[in-house]
Ligand binder design. Sequence first.
Ligand code: NAD
Length: 428
Amino acid sequence: MATSLMQSLERGRIMMKYADLIDQQKEELAKLECLDAGKLLALTKVVDIEGSADMLRYYAGAADKIHGETLKMAGNLHGYTLREPIGVVGHIIPWNFPSLMFFSKVSPALAAGCTMIVKPAEQTPLTALYHAFLAKEAGIPDGVINVVTGFGSTAGASIASHMDIDMVSFTGSTAVGRKIMETAAKSNLKPVSLELGGKSPIIIFDDADIDMAVDLARTATFYNKGEACIAGSRVYVQEGIYDKFVTKVTESMKSWVVGDPFDPHVHQGPQVDKAQFEKVLSYIEHGKREGATLVTGGKPCGEKGYYIEPAIFTDVEEDMLIAKDEIFGPVMSLMKFKTIEEAIEKANNTKYGLAAGVVTKDLNIANRMSRSIRAGIIWINCYLIIDRGCPFGGFKMSGFGKDSGMHALEKYLQVKSVITPIFDSPWL
Ligand code: NAD
């Protein structure tokens, strides 16, 4: 491994420089990201590009703080642990947050001292290639970060099956996550970390600030045109405020602008590609056929491009496809509940467990909900807050292993025990 020759402090210093270069190229990188993925330019600059640079800085500071421990051993033995880089890591990432995903994988792996192959999604390879160029500029030695573009079934599958790759860190769909785990098991038994899909609930209680709840539900479902693994697309509203909530959230969509993602007044750009556009529209048709009521949106819009008016459904039943499947598009399913017990049952009625939101002024409700929902992150009176210091990852079929926070560093390290006899020690 090339980085094994580099002092950890130096690794951190180069990562800081890399972060500065990302910041300096913010405009260019954000534009590339928008062209590739249809993301909003203004938000992309801050959330995706500044967020990427800060992710690097967070882990840069950790590079020289990785150490093992001294062990208390029986007899005349001296024992200690080393925390070594796991080796060559394969990162396979999706298209919805290309830069942020790139750096949430690459940064802790660099800090740990690993070398890596990064495969961006075939829909969005541009910024990954730019990031590889900037890595070289920053002084990261050749061979440490290797970007390989290509399709999942070829480039991605080769990473999963490669005998010289020591670990795979994957973010993407549950179906592909399963394949990667199978392939890893059939090749060199490499450990895998899987950040997978979700169908996250937001539970809004009668005592909630209704305007805040409307705003949260709207952002949770429609941010990034619904192309977010943590989208809160199952919105449960307690019966006392349900009707008022439906009216308010529907009314609020009149000021929601769909259009050119480079225009700062726009709230929602196009879906990433034709396949995703058609998939979302087919779910909307399915919802109508299943008997849900489409109260607003749900149609293609604009003269060209893959734009969809954000859709809100009421009369949604738990067993409908639109309530169960990850649509990955701007589709909100509104459902009613009576009691906290019912809210817990409904929130957990999913194979996924990535995130959940709770909107209430009652601390007891908030505490009970956050301990009862089986999901990796719970937001109370907020939603979609992702922070480089906060472990992020799913329960159940949303995967396992964490990105972000010091927990992410652990997956790129392995612990080795070293034992040696000790003689003539003044104490044992
Ligand atoms: P995807 O699973 O189709 O693709 C993700 C990546 O895997 C791409 O790079 C793709 O080329 C690659 N891939 C596809 N088939 C492969 C195979 N057989 N072997 C190896 N690699 C393969 O997902 P997507 O459509 O790009 O992204 C959307 C999905 O990602 C959604 O399900 C979403 O929830 C999930 N996602 C999860 C998180 C999270 O942190 N949990 C974050 C973002 C997206």
